[in-house]
Write a protein that binds this ligand. Structure first.
Ligand code: ADP
Ligand code: MG
Length: 698
């Protein structure tokens, strides 16, 4: 048995230094191990021979046994072609070549058996196969030919004379050389429990399966393995950290919480709100640090949950702090909390970059002597030298604007480690959350407060704005407000600005009777806040904006969201934007305005928006359409998942199985010290060496 990572591919027949160089630069294949893990993208069943009379143009690849009876050449220039008349003993089939004609004429013999392999099509009105592969039946063992692998190749590989067929030769040479059983990475108690194929068998079958069922079982084993080790690594980090971080024990639910719950709550909590509050309380009384991600669609009532969890901290003699990504949001929280709490003896203060001088020092004193119970802040709270007396809970609202490093900085502020709650409305599918935020526990508010009217979403084209404008007038005359949003043109900030400014001028002409605000990324924060405030207060009826409004503003009176160039937005972003309306009791509208020319994928994206208001459904669809690499947040997280087979979008159930299994293994043996788990420990070490960035997520 040899270490396949140490064996260079030049030790395989057919791969010289030249080809090795191309294989490395194109597909990253250097060693036998790399080649082994370069899987075919599809297989085609070659175990069956067809008769010509069975062929239809709907069929993928087929093979037919027969002989060429004659050839004929015709046409000039680009139409120059060679047609062979292929006879299977019953019928003729046209076989056509446009290239390599002289070579074909020389090498193919008439009245000799060939296995023809190709895709049936139509040429010149007749059933025809163009440029087929031809194999000699003498040297082709059909039973061995079943399920032929097809490998991805690149232009440069083709130039170097390497096709899928060449890759097939390389991998079959590789398997001929590997005469020993490839070492297992999973202990037998797991492969047996989960009915998994052995790694040796799975690797061989992933390239050369005998049946479709065997291929499926091999893929399942290999996908599971990829996902399982990610989960095992993330969870073992997370558990270690949890053990190290003793948390404050919030055993009591006392006066503040109970008074609020019984006397101040203006409406009953939804079941989902109750459940997540229970989950958080369980964390906070466990004696370990809470590290929880709270996901809830826009408008699901996260702010109230945050407030109630903070009251638990206060009941246990601690201070709490909530951080918002913008000043506007911070101010909104202040108003919301003060009106919720009414006359309760709880001191809530706001600290942002704008709070200066005497006011600031009063707040700093209040934080240090413990007289402030709840602090609402922006980044300024982290950055400046703010000290608390006994900070027990930190809540981060709209998490995606905060990096992991900033989170860490927050708990450096406290003597003891405070509990941490991260709230996000960016819908992250559970499978992705489990992988990205493996270090956080996840709670989900999957229910909206009763009585919300779902936003009606309509997709229109940009060539007829008149009806759109009439609709806007109707809504504003009924006392509502409207947003006009533009995509950010990343390539050109100038153009971006121009778009918004042009539209601002244009809308002023269209709606001379209304007042219009404008915000864009080039404005100073104070300026931006002031303009937003004019819209929030109702002084202006229309807000023209780039995507700066995306996060969290609450203007319940706004009932129309018009998204221009909607084709340029991703699903997650569209959903976020739409979440700005539908916050009041009135029927709200989201109008997606796009160009008429749309790719199939974009059309689908816009269609999904008109079909559902469910953020998680949208996120799942997004993951399926685009794959996790593109999803917001995954790039920043700095994790190279390096999944070769598994797909976080499609393989959600396997992610769950992998996670449950990792949890089962670590429950029984947290340090993986049992002899049974030696394999796991060793393979984990290897992977950690390969992917240093995994450690960043702990
Ligand atoms: P988000 O989750 O987007 O932060 P908010 O916390 O801003 O949502 O809540 C949206 C609106 O719903 C607020 O006006 C809030 O007062 C209201 N709300 C929250 N919980 C409930 C509930 N259980 N019943 C009715 N309205 C609720
Ligand atoms: Mg919110």
């Amino acid at each position: 048995m040899e270490d396949l990572r140490e064996k260079a591919i030049t030790y395989l027949p057919g791969i010289g230094p030249q080809r090795a160089k191309v294989l490395e630069s194109e597909l990253g294949i250097r060693s036998w191990h790399d080649l082994l893990y370069t899987f075919p993208y599809k297989h085609i069943d070659r175990s069956r021979l067809y008769k010509i009379r069975e062929l239809t143009t709907e069929m993928p690849f087929v093979q037919v046994l027969g002989q060429f009876m004659s050839f004929e050449e015709a046409g000039q220039g680009r139409k120059h072609r060679l047609t062979g008349h292929f006879w299977d003993g019953e019928m003729f089939l046209d076989v056509t070549w446009f290239q390599g004609i002289s070579y074909i004429k020389k090498s193919i013999k008439v009245r000799k058996d060939y296995i023809l392999f190709g895709r049936p099509g139509v040429y010149g009105g007749r059933l025809s196969v163009i440029h087929p592969d031809l194999d000699d039946p003498e040297s082709t063992v059909l039973s061995k030919m079943s399920m032929q692998p097809f490998y991805s190749t690149t232009e440069r590989m083709k130039k170097a004379g390497m096709t899928s067929r060449s890759m097939e030769r390389f991998t079959s040479a590789l398997f001929n050389k590997i005469t020993w059983t490839l070492p297992e990475t999973l202990p037998s108690y797991l492969t047996e429990r989960l009915h998994l194929m052995s790694l040796d068998k799975a690797l061989r079958a992933a390239h050369y399966p005998t049946t479709a069922e065997e291929l499926a079982a091999a893929n399942m084993r290999l996908k599971f393995e990829e996902l399982f080790f990610i989960q095992l690594i993330i969870m073992s980090y997370a558990r270690k950290r949890q053990q190290q971080r003793k948390g404050l024990r919030f055993a009591r639910v006392g006066n503040a919480f109970n008074t609020f719950f019984h006397q101040h709550l203006p409406f009953p909590l939804t079941e989902a709100q109750k459940r997540v509050i229970r989950e958080m309380h369980a964390d906070m009384k466990s004696g370990r640090q809470m590290n929880r991600l709270l996901q809830g669609d826009v408008g699901s009532g996260k702010t109230l949950v945050a407030l109630m969890v903070m009251l638990i901290a206060i009941d246990n003699g601690c201070q709490a702090c909530i951080m918002a990504p913008t000043e506007i949001l911070a101010e909104q929280h202040l108003q919301t909390f003060r009106s919720f709490l009414k006359d309760m003896p709880i001191r809530v203060e706001l600290l942002t970059g704008n709070v200066k001088g005497k006011k600031r020092s009063a707040i700093e004193t209040g934080l240090q002597d413990g007289s402030i119970d709840i602090l609402i802040g922006t980044h300024a709270v982290i950055e400046d030298n703010v000290q608390f007396r006994n900070l027990g809970l930190v809540i981060i609202d709209e998490q995606h604007r905060f990096g992991v490093a900033q989170r860490a900085k927050l708990w450096e502020k406290a003597g003891a480690v405070p509990h941490v709650l991260v709230m996000t409305a960016t819908p992250i599918p559970r499978t992705l959350a489990m992988t990205l935020y493996g270090d956080l526990d996840v709670s989900v508010i999957d229910e909206l407060p009763p009585g919300r009217k779902p936003v009606r979403t309509i997709h229109i084209y940009d060539n007829q704005p008149e009806e759109l404008y009439r609709g806007v007038v109707r809504e504003i005359e009924a006392g509502h407000q409207a947003y006009f949003v533009f995509p950010l043109v990343k390539e050109s900030e100038k153009l971006d600005l121009k778009n918004v400014q042009d539209e601002f001028v244009h809308l002023k002409e269209v709606f001379p009777q209304y007042r219009i605000s404008m915000v864009h990324g080039k404005m100073k924060p104070a300026e931006k806040d002031a303009e937003m405030q004019r819209f929030v207060s109702g002084e202006t009826q229309i807000l023209v904006a780039t995507t700066v409004i995306e996060v969290g503003v609450n203007v319940p009176n706004a009932s129309v969201m018009i998204i221009q160039n909607a084709e340029r937005f991703g699903l997650a972003q569209l959903h976020q934007l739409r979440g700005r309306v539908g916050r009041g009791a009135e029927q709200s509208y989201c109008i997606l305005v796009s160009n008429f020319k749309l790719s199939a994928e974009t059309r689908k994206r816009l269609h999904i928006m008109t079909e559902t208001n469910d953020g998680f459904e949208i996120a799942e669809a997004d993951l399926k359409l685009r794959g996790p690499g593109d999803l917001e947040g995954t790039q920043q997280s700095g994790i190279a998942f390096n999944l070769k087979l598994a797909n976080l979008g499609r393989d959600g159930q396997l992610v769950q199985l992998a996670r449950d299994t990792a949890s089962f293994v670590l429950d029984a043996d947290p340090e993986l010290l049992a002899p049974d788990n030696a394999l796991l420990r060793r393979h984990m070490q290897e992977l950690k060496k390969e992917h240093r960035d995994w450690s960043q997520i702990s």
